[in-house]
Design a protein around this ligand. Structure first.
Ligand code: NI
Length: 193
């Protein structure tokens, strides 16, 4: 495991894998460790606070998150959540969300303000935790990815109407149900940055 972590291709809107319900992880081995390491590396490289396995082409129930990390501070402290479960949720909380699988689009989404959840770590040890506010939003956003749901799927008609054209444009770059971000970098994403 001395080789460098890999930057994984990110699947974007219009890719069929983003709409699938991901399968639970059953085997905890070196291959899983190596994949998770690549996910963490990719999350930071893409400036994400979270990344779910379906976003990098694996339909399995894993996501990584680091809500404290910022480019400026630069102290990575990722959490790896395998087969996570949302145990309870209460209250409302809403912030503008974005997603590296839906580049260039931001919208407010109604979420629980307070949640409790469980997950397994890479050693198959079970953890229970609680989160509130922003941290709770990130969990719910990433957890949705494991159930084939994107934040734009949770928008009501009017906000959805506003971004419809942008979504169509992203979708139109898919071929045979596959839409990989690196292929559109030159065309759409880098032009706005
Ligand atoms: Ni996302």
């Amino acid at each position: 495991m001395n080789d460098k972590p890999k930057l994984l291709d990110v699947r974007i809107y219009g890719d069929a894998i983003l709409g699938k319900i991901a399968k639970p992880v059953e085997t905890f081995d070196d291959e899983l460790r190596s994949f998770v390491r690549d996910m963490v590396y990719t999350m930071y490289q893409r400036d994400g606070v979270g990344l779910a396995a379906p976003q990098v082409g694996q339909s399995v129930r894993i996501f990584v998150m680091d809500t404290q990390w910022s480019k400026e501070e630069g102290k990575p402290n990722p959490t790896v959540l395998i087969n996570p479960e949302l145990l309870s949720g209460e209250g409302d909380y809403e912030i503008e969300e974005g997603c590296i699988s839906v580049p260039g689009i931001y919208a407010r989404v109604k979420r629980f303000n307070k949640i409790s959840y469980s997950y397994l770590d890479l050693d198959k040890k079970r953890h229970e935790a609680e989160a509130e506010g922003y941290d709770a939003v990130v969990f719910q956003h990433e957890f949705d990815h494991l159930n084939g749901v994107l934040f734009v799927d949770r928008l009501s008609k009017l906000p959805l109407l506003k971004i419809k054209r942008k979504l169509k444009a992203l979708q139109s770059t898919a071929e045979n149900g596959v839409n990989i971000r690196s292929e559109i970098y030159g065309k759409q994403v880098s032009s706005k940055e």
